[in-house]
Design a protein around this ligand. Structure first.
Ligand code: NCD
Length: 337
């Protein structure tokens, strides 16, 4: 794929070589993310960050990534404070906002909305999550994290063994990650969810027709024993018809240190797209895992900046110029990875 000027809406746009290229560019962003160097390569460019659903990590890390490349960020958050609340169509919003921005990131509660918006946009649009459909930049940072976490034990993405746990029906991160895994070989996927929140058949079929092994279960402890990665997710309560319905599923699959010690292989890596739901009735990843060196959730969140910097650099076609416009930072930064 030639990234310059393209929208990034779905994992289906990518081939394996594109993923390898994104990861290579993300690696080259490390000195900038660590503030060892700064770059002005996107000086004068404006990111329109349009988030019509709650977001912390995705919104702030897209913004931080753009700032770290030297660009500026303009934001709209929530329906109430935007003209969409006055009945403006996605088409009109896209025509207008793309006049103010050089690239747009958008999150919206409706499946397909970001693609519809992109059609009317005059600048590239990156999907920050469209309803329960997809979250491509999250899947990229998830897979980048998996690759880096497994590297120390000499494992590769081909042959990966992963358990995806929780709300697999509404969780857009696991939908995009499943599509992404289809680009690799011989992956073993253990899907753990209540039956009502099972992974939609479409994704299971795609995984199987890519030659992967997929097992489905509603039992946590028997599903996490032979995996490299445990990928836990939150019950997506905002997608249920009522909070009471979501209550039925919250807290079903809780991983804590004693379950981890008893059932997981010693080096199993624990991931979660975050936010983890830390309320007592949910608590899918207990805080007693915080000192576990295999808890990768914060490294995973940090990697979001690298992946999003890579996407901006590729879409705005400045990958080869980042160094040229770079310089040392002048302030103290004791930042480490
Ligand atoms: C996820 C999302 O919004 O889909 N969060 C994120 O972007 N890191 C997962 C979630 O909200 O549970």
């Amino acid at each position: 794929m030639n990234f310059a000027g393209e929208h990034i809406i779905s994992i289906e746009q990518f081939e394996r070589s594109d993923i390898e290229r994104i990861f290579e560019v993300a690696d080259s962003m490390v000195p900038f993310a660590l503030r060892a160097r700064a770059t002005r390569v996107l000086e004068g460019a404006i990111l329109g960050n349009m988030f019509f659903e709650p977001s912390t990590r995705t919104r702030v890390s897209f913004g931080a990534a753009f700032n770290l490349l030297g660009g500026s960020v303009r934001e709209t958050t929530g329906f109430k404070t935007s003209a969409i609340a006055k009945g403006e169509s996605l088409y009109d919003s896209a025509r207008v906002l793309s006049g103010y921005s050089d690239v747009i990131c958008m999150r919206h509660p409706k499946e397909g909305s970001v693609a519809e918006f992109a059609k009317a946009s005059r600048v590239p649009v990156l999907n920050g999550g469209d309803g329960a459909n997809e979250h491509p930049s999250q899947a990229l940072l998830d897979l980048y994290t998996i690759k880096n976490e497994l590297a120390s034990s000499g494992k590769r993405l081909d042959g990966l063994r992963i358990a995806m746990i929780g709300d697999l029906k509404f969780g857009r991160t696991v939908h995009s990650l499943s599509k992404l895994l289809c680009l690799f070989n011989n992956v073993h996927i253990s899907l753990v969810s209540p039956q009502e929140l099972a992974m939609p058949q479409l994704y299971v079929d795609q995984l199987r027709s890519s030659g992967h092994t997929v097992t489905c279960s509603s039992d946590l402890t028997s599903s996490i024993g032979n995996v490299d990665i445990v990928y836990s997710t939150r019950v997506q309560e905002e997608r249920f018809s009522s909070p009471e319905e979501a209550d039925l599923y919250r807290g079903r699959f809780r991983l804590n240190q004693s379950i981890y010690t008893k059932y997981c292989e010693p080096n199993t890596v624990i991931m979660h797209p975050l936010p983890r739901d830390s309320r007592a009735d949910a608590n899918e990843l207990d805080s007693d895992l915080n000192q576990n060196p295999n808890l990768a959730i914060f490294r995973q969140a940090d990697n979001g900046v690298l992946i999003r910097m890579a996407l901006f650099a590729m879409v705005l076609d400045v990958v080869g110029k980042v160094e040229k416009y770079s310089h040392e930072v002048t302030w103290y930064s004791g930042r480490t990875r």
